[in-house]
Design a protein around this ligand. Structure first.
Ligand SMILES: C[S@@+](CC[C@H](N)C(=O)[O-])C[C@H]1O[C@@H](n2cnc3c(N)ncnc32)[C@H](O)[C@@H]1O
Length: 209
């Protein structure tokens, strides 16, 4: 399976609408977490089983991974999990999907693709346009979690988010993780690898003000 796809390719301009939340979740009123770049979804499968008081949506640009995750969904009892295929940068251009943004309680960007070369930086998932959309539509108090092992990418993400005056970085110790989308601090696949290899993790949390 391809490890990387070019998010700027026109294959990702068309976006599937996410159905109304009352059609995908047993209880659409639960707090909603969005995980961008969820890969095979293992992290979300674990989260959704452990935290039945949250709903989770995973967005992933590699279609095969989403197809496999949806196959796995059929054999499981997940009533609080949904996977959507597409480029997170275009997903909210879809009219139906736009209305979901103000229902989101939190979003995570876990170990996004670094796209090291300068000429490829525009392929990085955190872009000013996406941040602008989120800052205009996410509700007050909602959170953005970013995590990476690549310092340069971390600086790029921090800069892009801090350019929006509507997001304030909050000190780690001020976050009540027990109330968050991930109270048990479950690790993503990349995070497990990074920890095993004793690499440094850079992370920040932002609040919509
Ligand atoms: C390095 S992997 C990290 C996967 C997972 N979050 C983790 O921490 O293990 C980055 C994932 O983001 C996906 N991705 C990259 N750009 C994306 C985009 N614009 N929209 C949605 N998914 C994207 C990639 O296909 C890949 O699965």
């Amino acid at each position: 399976m391809r490890q990387h796809v070019n998010p700027l390719s026109k294959n990702f301009f068309e976006i599937d609408p996410i159905p109304p939340l009352n059609q995908v979740f047993e209880n659409p009123k639960l707090p909603l977490h969005l995980d961008i770049g969820c890969a095979s979804g293992e992290f979300l499968f674990e989260l959704s089983l452990k935290n039945k008081n949250w709903n989770y949506i995973g967005i992933e640009i590699r279609e095969k991974l989403v197809l496999n995750a949806n196959l796995k969904m059929k054999s499981r009892e997940n009533k609080n999990l949904y996977f959507s295929f597409g480029n997170a940068n275009n997903i909210f251009n879809q009219t139906n999907n736009k209305s979901i943004i103000n229902l989101i309680t939190s979003i995570s960007f876990n170990f996004p693709d670094p796209w090291f070369k300068k000429k490829h930086h525009k392929r990085r998932v955190i872009q000013p346009k996406l941040l602008n959309l989120l800052s205009n539509s996410m509700k007050k108090g909602s959170l953005i979690f970013i995590k990476t092992d690549v310092r340069d990418l971390f600086d790029h993400m921090e800069l892009t988010i801090s350019e929006s005056i509507k997001f304030k970085k909050i000190p780690y110790q001020d976050v009540d993780f027990c109330e968050s989308f991930n109270p048990n601090r479950i690790q993503t696949n990349r995070e497990k690898y990074v920890i095993l290899n004793q690499l440094k993790i850079y992370e920040s949390i932002y609040k919509k003000i």
